[in-house]
Write a protein that binds this ligand. Structure first.
Ligand code: A3P
Length: 322
């Protein structure tokens, strides 16, 4: 890229102006950038990340689509990776929101500065993003850094995202919208970072081709067997639990510390907004019900049929099922 920061900014503005745009939910506009719907206000940050991020081999990237269990994954991986530094009584999770401990590239790190200084962060560095695989910074794909992806049954994700955006709209005095509208947007693949099927399939394929590089997790599996999944995560990041740890109940302690109930009841997660996020988001809105199958309480049979057939068409051929 030729030119200084100013030229850069101008060029980025021009690029953004040239992209197809649509009116999104809560966040006013989305742009179709590299085949995914990116909230327009995040685009400079996404581009900053793509251009300037320098991956280190030990880095761990936690990736998801919104409302797939990102917050939970952050708490879990943070605990696994830092278990020799902090025990359960001194864990920073007691005083910091998981999104604070594992920041997003696009919402936080590249939000105010296109070239944040990330060199001094403790290693292994933990980052997160909602950006699709194809649009990750090249060095994140090429280096040995590891990616842990979490996905969730779209039937539950669409319901969870509707609740989340509804709450956000209320707190920002924006007009509310119906589950039907959210559902329609979701099915059309126009929710943020979507289409959802491409996002999932992108990371899914990569996890099959390079299992040492991408670990593909499902929210539902974490709910069913947290101990087994935590062992998988620990092995994947090269820090397997020792026999002594297993016998001492370390895995169960981490699972309990990161449970919805524990995190939701912590003072730090109950009130206030996330300080480093660009948008105003209440900390507590990341913790709701945390159940598998809550969609039965919200979606009509025809909605279920429609979304199920999209999943069957777009994801089943790749062996990705819920
Ligand atoms: P529900 O809305 O279905 O309750 P994200 O973290 O990607 O924003 O996803 C939020 C969803 O994960 C919400 O789902 C939220 O309740 C759930 N969640 C948050 N923390 C969790 C935890 N510790 N255990 C299980 N689910 C959790």
């Amino acid at each position: 890229i030729v030119g200084g920061e100013e030229d850069d900014e101008e060029a980025i503005d021009e690029l953004i102006a040239s992209l197809p745009q649509r009116k999104g939910v809560v966040r006013p506009f989305q742009s179709l950038y590299q085949n995914f719907w990116c909230p327009t206000y995040l685009l400079p940050n996404v581009i900053g990340f793509q251009r300037h991020f320098q991956a280190k081999h030990k880095d761990i990237l936690l990736v998801s689509q919104p409302k797939s269990g990102t917050t939970w994954l952050k708490a879990l991986v943070f605990s696994v990776v830092n278990r020799s530094r902090f025990d359960i009584f001194s864990t920073p999770l007691l005083t910091s929101h998981p999104h604070h401990l594992v920041p997003f590239f696009e919402f936080q790190l590249y939000g105010s500065n296109p070239r944040p200084d990330l060199d001094g962060l403790a290693e292994p560095r933990l980052f997160s993003t909602h950006i699709p695989y194809a649009s990750l910074a090249e060095c994140a794909k090429q280096s040995d850094c590891r990616i842990i992806y979490i996905c969730r049954n779209p039937l539950d994700t669409v319901v969870s995202s509707w609740h989340f955006y509804l709450e956000m709209a209320r707190s920002q005095d924006q007009p509310e919208w119906s589950l039907e509208e959210q559902f329609e947007t979701y099915c059309q693949g126009k929710t943020s970072f979507g289409p959802f099927w491409e996002h999932m399939v992108g990371y899914w394929k990569e996890s099959l081709e390079r299992p040492h590089k991408v670990l593909f997790l499902k929210y539902e599996d974490l709910k069913e067997d947290i101990v087994g999944q935590l062992k998988k995560v620990a092995g994947f990041v090269g820090l397997p639990f020792t026999e002594v740890e297993e016998e001492g109940g370390v895995i169960q302690q981490i699972a309990k510390m990161c449970s919805l109930k524990t995190l939701k009841d912590l003072e730090v997660n109950k009130s206030g907004e996330l300080p480093a996020m660009i948008m105003k988001v209440e900390k507590r809105s990341y913790f709701r019900k945390g159940e598998v199958g809550d969609w039965v309480n919200h979606l009509t049979p025809s909605m279920v049929d429609r979304l199920s057939s999209i999943m069957k068409e777009k994801m089943s051929p790749f062996g990705l099922q819920f």
